[in-house]
Design a protein around this ligand. Structure first.
Ligand SMILES: C[S@@+](CC[C@H](N)C(=O)[O-])C[C@H]1O[C@@H](n2cnc3c(N)ncnc32)[C@H](O)[C@@H]1O
Length: 214
């Protein structure tokens, strides 16, 4: 976890960190991906299922200390067979087998027609009292960052944009509004929905948490 001085440094350098074409923490600054993982890590407990885990299953390996499983629909670098689940509405896990389920920067990538089914499936695999965590950026910030990263990849030949590597479908979005995420969570049976801003990203990114009560 970052100390106060690191958080202060990250806060004042956020505009620079937002536009730099790097995804790893360096030069004494925390990268935006590491930063969102860190905010999510504050919310987790017990065994974690990270849905849409992305390259190298980083959240589970580095932030949940290996206590859990990361799954993705696409075979990114660093993922094994056990990480690939093509249909996230039918997860290969028993009922109530996780304490936390996370959707980090991926809820907008779930095709619209499948969002309710994926949330219901997250509910099924969570134990009673378990928590769901969904991160989502501010709509304008999400659009700007996607465009910028896409531009860097074209101009510099980098592979920053995971979504371009996988290929986005028509039914996905660049962002989902909180009101809509809240509706999906409530329809899936979740209660006690709360919002927490990422202060060191000037509130332009945030997460929603909710509980499985019944
Ligand atoms: C922007 S990446 C985020 C990856 C990782 N969670 C992170 O924070 O670095 C979006 C992820 O959503 C995944 N994804 C695509 N379709 C999905 C679906 N139906 N359900 C869950 N995740 C999906 C993508 O494969 C990709 O890994």
């Amino acid at each position: 976890m970052r100390g106060r001085s690191q958080q202060f440094k990250d806060f004042i350098t956020f505009p620079l960190r937002a536009v730099l074409p790097v995804q790893e923490s360096r030069w004494g600054l925390t990268s935006r991906p590491d930063e969102r993982f860190e905010y999510v890590a504050r919310e987790i407990s017990g065994r974690v299922l990270d849905i849409g885990c992305g390259r190298h299953n980083s959240f589970i390996n580095r932030y949940a200390l290996g206590n859990g499983v990361g799954v993705d629909v696409f075979r990114y670098d660093g993922l094994a067979d056990a990480n690939i689940v093509e249909d996230m509405a039918h997860l290969p896990f028993p009922d109530a087998s996780f304490d936390t389920v996370t959707f980090i920067a991926c809820f907008n990538h779930i095709p619209k027609s499948e969002r309710d089914a994926e949330v219901r499936e997250a509910f099924r695999v969570l134990r009673r009292g378990g928590k769901i965590v969904v991160t989502m950026g501010n709509p304008l910030a999400e659009l700007a960052i996607h465009r910028l990263v896409h531009l860097y990849d074209r101009l510099l030949g980098t592979k920053l944009d995971m979504d371009t590597e996988r290929g986005m479908h028509e039914d996905e979005d660049y962002f989902v509004r909180d009101r809509v995420i809240v509706e999906h969570l409530a329809a899936g049976g979740f209660r006690d929905i709360r919002k927490h801003y990422f202060i060191t990203q000037w509130g332009l990114n945030h997460l929603l948490t909710a509980q499985r009560h019944a």
